[in-house]
Design a protein around this ligand. Structure first.
Ligand SMILES: [Zn+2]
Length: 132
C-alpha cells in the first residue's frame, strides 16, 4: 500500500475525531441531549484540544471540542495519541467544567483511558516520541 501523504493523514485524523465524538456522545445521557460540536482551529497553538461548555441556569446546553490544527499536523496520524487526548476532554464534558482537573474528573478520565495530565505540550510529545 502506498504511504499516505500529510494531507491524507490529517483528513483521516479529523474524520476519526468526528466519528469518535459521535459514537461517544451517544453513550452518555447527559451529552446525548446536547449539541456536541467539533471544531478545528488554526489559532489555537498552545494546547491540543479544549472543551467549552455553554450553560444556562447552571445546566450545560452545549459542548464544543476545539482541536488545534498545529498539533494534529504534528501527530502524523497517531490515532492512539488523539484518542488519549479525546478521552481527557470527554471526561471534562461528562463530569462538567466545574470539576476542572479534580479527583472526580481524574477518575473518569482514567476509566475512559484518557491522559490524566493537565495538558500535553508539543515539547513533551516530541520528547516521548524520541524515547519511543
Ligand atoms: Zn483538561
Amino acid at each position: 500500500m502506498k504511504a499516505k501523504t500529510e494531507a491524507e493523514l490529517i483528513t483521516l485524523t479529523k474524520q476519526y475525531i468526528e466519528k469518535l465524538t459521535e459514537v461517544e456522545r451517544n453513550k452518555y445521557s447527559n451529552l446525548r441531549v446536547l449539541p456536541v460540536k467539533v471544531k478545528f482551529s488554526n489559532r489555537m497553538t498552545r494546547c491540543i484540544c479544549q472543551t467549552k461548555e455553554s450553560r444556562s441556569c447552571g445546566r450545560a446546553i452545549g459542548i464544543e471540542f476545539t482541536w488545534s490544527n498545529k498539533f494534529l499536523n504534528e501527530f502524523h496520524g497517531n490515532l492512539k495519541l488523539v484518542k488519549a487526548v479525546f478521552y481527557h476532554e470527554l471526561a471534562h464534558a461528562i463530569v462538567g467544567a466545574d470539576h476542572g482537573h479534580d479527583k472526580v474528573w481524574e477518575a473518569t478520565a482514567n476509566k475512559l483511558g484518557g491522559f490524566t495530565t493537565r495538558s500535553i505540550s508539543l515539547r513533551d510529545y516530541r520528547e516521548d516520541k524520541k524515547k519511543g
